[in-house]
Design a protein. Sequence first.
Length: 73
Amino acid sequence: MKKREAKINKEELRLKIKELGMSKSQFARLVGVDITTVFKWLKGQVPVPKYAEVCLGVMSERCPTCKRLYEFK
């Protein structure tokens, strides 16, 4: 089965993480991957998966449930 890639690129991913005030390690925990995976996405070595984009969208909406689960600030 083919993995679904996100529509965002590495620069957009970097900007979204920064806009949310999250560290790269916090984002890695949020999406359930190792920090090295996030670094690979940010370097463009591996495409950003759709589930990472969905997590960013949820956090951008300031989902109250997510905010309680992940105290980023």
